[in-house]
Design a binder for this molecule. Structure first.
Ligand code: CRA
Length: 839
């Protein structure tokens, strides 16, 4: 680090800086001066992007006041801090969110209007910060919002990918194609602060030697290899109703001029220049897999780069307080968001033993009191494993340390469970395959003091299946549940202005925005006719907003009075979008058979899909193709009297979710029981008064318990029955549901896209037949269709529907990210809020 200078004069002058003002005249001046000075644009040379940028800079100045206050307060109070390590932060747009959190949106709207622009237009200029795949990354963003709002001294750490999750294009043939998301385009990103003074070196490759340290002790030392530089970028995270402001520190890889030519490149100059470019590749792209692990070398390097830089930064800050190492766990909590940052465990152990000279056991005691681990999935294909030879090459010292961690763990384990070789093999951090693999989830369990699942059922499955052998040793207390939560700021206050106003007016205050339990006071209006009318009107407004979007962007006309049935999430076999579209085909064929009289009785439906498939996930891509093909046929069939429309919304992302979520009558969360750890969009839809059609899985179960089982449509095989059915189907074939059979025949007969297209769907259909129907689509199909019938019937009864919808919103207090974050702080981090003024 560079020399830190102190200036008394600067300290003195700091007192004279006037706080920014929020009146319209001041805001206009701020925007204009940013236009002229920050952007060097003039009134003859403006566009919406420039005015957006100027407005964003004006808002960010206000955020920064809070940011600086916060850092000062935390510095002075020196509380225990928590660091949330996550390879993904799916933030979305920042401007609208900041305007709402600072409660200056109206003033800005007027100011921008006075200057000749529309704020809504400007908001549309912003690119999403899409540094995540799906639920896991969005969860991290929601928790940062909550931590900032609750004044927890919590920072996020992540990677500053130059390319976020790809942009999805649905081509003319109805297939997904991918376009890179270069979100840090030439316009620049006003929401990040480059910290050129905060840089660390990160090492790769090399070898391990023994060295004698200052105390004369012999220690291992990691020598040679490659070095890459990590530079910090800070992203301020506004809190609501507080002067506090949170932070996510993202690392960007830069090449180092001081390259280790001697030991690695051996004077090979041109190669070393090429390697410098390679250094920057480290943080160029987010891996676009959701719930799927690929085991690529570059990914391992990203993970280590991330944890190395973050730990160096955390330790630098800790050392600044002159505390002794044994106090580290009292000052620092680190949460590992899934196994992606698990290398932090051997990395901290390495720093403490090799560099700081602590004894192994003392170091290990510190490590295991600092880290806690959140597991987000039980799907085997998602569990990270790294091949031992790869780790040995890239991180030779860490591999040794992992072996030692494993050895000491197994030795202790063996004392308790003697003479059970099989058991030792099953709990070993090293899998004895060829090549051997490091089981990262096991390493995370052994190196953490607490392991949590993300919904009640999921946390049970962790104990009974994933980590069942570990319970025998650690006891059950180490494994806890913290059900996921979502931020009510973005997902109701910001995304649903009409409902926000109705709720605030009805409850008489905005307390609900930070105390979501207050929503329960809506229950008493559930049967109030005039309230129901307003409630229904809000929903209609939001459906109209979405219908307009669909008309403008996709040129499909949908009737806002029809039932909006929505499934938006990553495309995955376990999420069963396939089952959904098969039921749509069933509905379509049924409508064709109905008489004019019968058709009058049917509820018109708009079935909306959205979501990205991993680029290499063939079956998921076929599901998209099937949906778009069915949409083509159905939407162009004039004979069905607009009773059915099918819409595929391309490039589903956070910004689109903000328009889609408030517009659902029904949303579908229909994973095979036991596969969806929690789901979080289920919470968003219900919070906005949408009913759920779902399976008995993930957080659906707790949503049911909170809102009442009469207010949710649930169906399907229970999780404890799934394994038996799979086993049976594997050996005795899949009993094909008769209605499903009809649907599959229709596809095979070329009713959707002709014979040539039908052959494209062959492999997809085979997953149900020869493939053994692993996700139980056939087994659940009848119950699924029955549930749809119930939805249709109930939708005709507007009053009952409105009542249920109100009770949905009213029952969602528990699912606030504030509650979840408090649980982490109380049960895992032992963290208290710091003191700062309220707004
Ligand atoms: N894919 C789960 O599948 C869960 C989120 C956040 C997931 C979701 O059910 O809501 O995490 N798991 O807890 C995951 O990413 C690596 O595992 C997800 O987003």
């Amino acid at each position: 680090h560079h020399v830190q200078l102190q200036s008394e004069a600067l300290k003195e002058w700091k007192q004279h800086i006037e706080p920014k003002k929020n009146d319209i005249e001041s805001i206009k001046k701020d925007i204009v001066s940013h236009t002229l000075e920050t952007l060097c644009r003039n009134p003859y040379n403006l566009d919406k992007m420039a005015v957006y940028q100027a407005t964003a800079h004006a808002v960010r100045d206000r955020l920064l006041e809070d940011w600086n206050l916060t850092q000062e307060a935390i510095h002075q109070q020196n509380p225990k801090r928590c660091y949330y390590l996550s390879m993904e932060f799916l933030i979305g747009r920042a401007l609208d969110n900041a305007l709402h959190c600072l409660e200056v949106k109206d003033a800005y709207k007027q100011s921008v209007k006075d200057l000749g622009f529309s704020l809504e237009d400007l908001l549309e200029q912003e690119r999403d910060a899409a540094l995540g795949n799906g639920g896991l990354g969005r969860l991290a963003a929601c928790y940062m919002d909550a931590a900032a709002t609750l004044d927890y001294p919590t920072w996020g750490y992540g990677l500053r990918y130059q390319y976020g999750i790809f942009k999805q294009i649905i081509n003319n043939e109805g297939y997904q194609t991918e376009v890179p998301d270069y979100w840090l385009n030439a316009d620049g990103n006003p929401w990040e602060f480059p910290r050129s003074d905060i840089k660390y070196e990160v090492q790769f490759y090399g070898y391990v030697a023994t060295k004698v340290n200052e105390k004369g002790e012999s220690r291992m030392s990691w020598e040679g290899g490659d070095k890459v530089q990590a530079m910090a970028y800070d992203v301020p995270i506004p809190g609501y109703d507080t002067k506090g402001c949170g932070n996510i520190r993202l690392w960007s890889a830069k090449s180092l001029k001081t390259f280790d030519f001697a030991s690695f490149n051996d004077g090979d100059y041109d190669r070393s220049v090429a390697d410098q470019k390679n250094a920057e590749n480290l943080t160029s792209v987010l891996y676009p897999n959701d719930n799927h692990n690929v085991g690529k070398e570059l990914r391992l390097k990203q993970e280590y780069f991330f944890v190395s830089a973050s730990l160096q930064d955390i330790i630098y800050r800790f050392k600044h307080t002159n505390a002794a190492w044994k106090e580290f766990p009292d000052k620092v909590a680190v949460q590992l968001n899934d196994t992606h940052p698990t290398l932090a465990i051997p990395e901290l152990q390495r720093i403490l033993v090799d560099i700081e000279g602590l004894e192994w056991d003392d170091a290990w005691d510190i490590v295991t009191r600092v880290f806690a681990f959140t597991n987000h999935t039980v799907l085997p294909e998602a569990l990270e494993c790294w091949s031992v030879p790869m780790m040995e090459k890239i991180l030779p010292r860490h591999m040794q340390i992992v072996y030692d961690i494993n050895l000491f763990f197994l030795q202790k384990f063996e004392k308790v469970f003697q003479n059970d070789r099989g058991l030792l093999n099953r709990v070993s951090i090293i899998e004895e395959s060829n090549p051997q693999q490091v089981r990262m989830a096991y390493l995370a369990v052994v190196g953490s003091h607490t392991v949590n699942g993300v919904a009640a059922l999921h946390s049970e499955l962790i104990k009974t299946e994933l980590f069942s052998e570990f319970i025998k040793y650690y006891g059950p207390e180490k494994f806890i549940n913290i059900t996921n939560g979502i931020t009510p700021r973005r997902w109701l206050y910001q995304a649903n202005p009409a409902l926000r106003e109705l709720i605030t007016e009805t409850l008489g205050s905005k307390k609900w925005v930070t105390h979501l339990d207050e929503l329960k006071n809506l229950k008493k209006y559930a049967e109030d006719k005039s309230f129901q009318k307003k409630w229904i009107d809000v929903k209609l407004q939001n459906k109209t907003r979405l219908a307009d979007w669909i008309k403008t962007h996709l040129d499909i006309s949908v009737d806002p009075h029809a039932l909006f049935d929505i499934q938006v999430k990553r495309i995955h076999e376990y999420k069963r979008q396939f089952m959904n579209i098969l039921s749509v085909i069933y509905r379509y064929k049924n409508i064709q058979l109905l008489s004019a009289e019968e058709r009058k009785e049917l509820t018109p439906r708009v079935v909306i899909f959205g979501g990205k498939s991993a680029p290499g996930y063939y079956i998921a891509k076929m599901v998209i193709k099937l949906i778009t093909t069915v949409a083509q046929v159905v939407n162009n069939d004039d004979s069905i009297d607009n009773l059915l429309k099918v819409v595929y919304i391309p490039d589903y992302n956070v910004s689109l979710a903000e328009i889609i979520v408030p517009a659902s009558d029904i949303s579908q969360h229909i994973s095979t029981a036991g596969t969806e750890a929690s789901g979080t969009s289920n919470m968003k839809f219900v919070l906005n008064g949408g009913l759920i059609l779902g399976t008995v899985d993930g957080a659906n179960i707790e949503i049911r318990d909170e809102i009442g089982e009469e207010n949710i449509f649930m169906f399907g095989t229970l999780s404890d029955k799934v394994a038996d059915i799979r086993h049976h189907q594997k050996y005795h074939g899949v009993p094909m549901d008769p209605n499903l059979q009809v649907v599959l025949h229709a596809i095979q007969a070329g009713e959707f896209g002709g014979f040539e297209t039908a052959s494209v769907f062959g492999p997809l259909i085979n997953t149900l037949t020869y493939g053994g129907d692993y996700y139980l689509i056939s087994a659940d199909f009848e119950q699924y269709l029955d549930a749809h019938d119930k939805v249709d019937a109930l939708f005709k009864d507007k009053t009952t529907w409105a009542k249920k919808s109100i009770l949905c919103t009213a029952g969602m207090g528990f699912f606030s990210a504030d509650r979840a974050t408090r649980e982490y702080a109380d049960k895992i981090w032992n963290l208290k809020p710091f003191t700062i003024e309220k707004k």
